[in-house]
Design a binder for this molecule. Structure first.
Ligand code: HEC
Length: 312
């Protein structure tokens, strides 16, 4: 019989199977078992080494025996090896056992004497694979009946409740691991601590500087360092615009999904910390001048749009 797989398929296949089994059965938390437990990695290396060694030894033995065979025996061996897997004796026997089908020559033995316009009927036995499957379902049915209808072990409703309870525990655990407080428009405040501003600056440099320039002077996007705002100034408006993007200009996309609202708060605070820095080569001011409501301007004349001030 031909070998089912060549060795360069067999070795990786066996190795992958053992590797998968180890990862499945060893509880190693969030990291793969072979990283968390060095012994597992060691075992895998030794196992792979042995697999390859066995293959080499077996094929060497094969080659040596082949040389010792007589011509007659070699011919027999080659004949045996030329038979494919499906034609092999073992598979043929198995098929016969599972189906108990009669060969065409023996059909006369099971022929019934019914004859419908020349269509004849054979009285074959039921194929054992099917009959055994049928018996298995009966056994399954009896066990099921006794467990759930006689002994009332548990109901589907209880099973459901248990799973929901287990899932709720998982949810609580996840909440503890990553306290993900969302910042909203109403809650957002200007951050002034150095750590938050440093984080904000880092995000700004990576994500925003391409359009707003590293110093905030503006390129594609407007100047962020002056006191004029297209979409309204102050932490709330700036936060909202960075989180949701600009409705006037789709080039400025919303960042809440990518960064998370906490990070948007930091970068918004950083942007506002650039106010009045007057970088060289900055773009001209765009939009309306913004005056904080909380700090009323002493110079009323600078308020160009009084409605903007009131509407926050
Ligand atoms: C692809 C280019 C681009 C990127 C990247 C970009 N912006 Fe903008 N941004 C713009 C444009 C264009 C506008 C003008 C929107 C408008 O006219 O409403 C704008 C507007 C703004 C405004 C409002 C300005 C005003 O006057 O109302 C703020 C604040 C802002 N961006 C902050 C950021 C921050 C923070 C980032 C990084 C997280 C960022 N932008 C990334 C292009 C960009």
């Amino acid at each position: 019989m031909k070998k089912l797989f060549p060795s360069y398929v067999r070795v990786p296949l066996i190795f992958a199977f053992v590797f998968g089994a180890l990862e499945y059965f060893i509880d190693s938390g969030d990291r793969p078992a072979f990283i968390k437990f060095p012994m597992v990695a060691l075992f895998l290396v030794v196992f792979l080494f042995l697999l390859v060694a066995i293959e080499i030894v077996v094929s060497a033995v094969d080659r040596v025996t082949y040389h010792m065979l007589t011509d007659e025996q070699r011919k027999q061996l080659e004949e045996a090896q030329s038979v494919s897997f499906a034609d092999s004796k073992w598979v043929q026997n198995l098929m016969k056992k599972m189906t108990r089908s009669k060969s065409i020559e023996q059909e006369a033995d099971v022929m019934l004497d019914h004859d419908y316009d020349g269509i004849k009927e054979l009285d074959n036995v039921l194929p054992p694979w099917w009959v055994n499957l049928f018996y298995a379902t009966i056994i399954f049915g009896v066990i099921y009946l006794v467990r759930f209808h006689v002994m009332d072990e548990y109901t589907q409703a209880q099973e459901y409740d248990q799973e929901v309870a287990a899932a709720n525990i998982e949810i609580e655990k996840n909440k503890l691991n990553s306290p993900k407080e969302e910042i909203t428009f109403d809650k957002v405040t200007l951050l002034t601590d150095a750590e938050s501003l440093a984080k904000g600056k880092e995000i700004y440099t990576n994500a925003c500087a391409a359009c707003h320039k590293a110093d905030g002077g503006g390129i594609v996007g407007p100047n962020l360092t002056d006191d004029h705002w297209i979409n309204g100034g102050g932490i709330k408006n700036v936060f909202k615009l960075i989180a949701e993007g600009s409705k006037n200009n789709p080039t400025m996309v919303g960042w809440a999904k990518t960064l998370g609202t906490k990070e948007v708060q930091k970068v918004a605070s950083y942007v506002l910390s650039l106010q009045g820095t007057k970088p060289a080569g900055a773009k001209a001011a765009e939009g309306e001048k913004w005056v904080e409501e909380a700090a009323p301007s002493t110079d009323a004349a600078t308020v160009t749009d009084s409605t903007k001030v009131a509407v926050k």
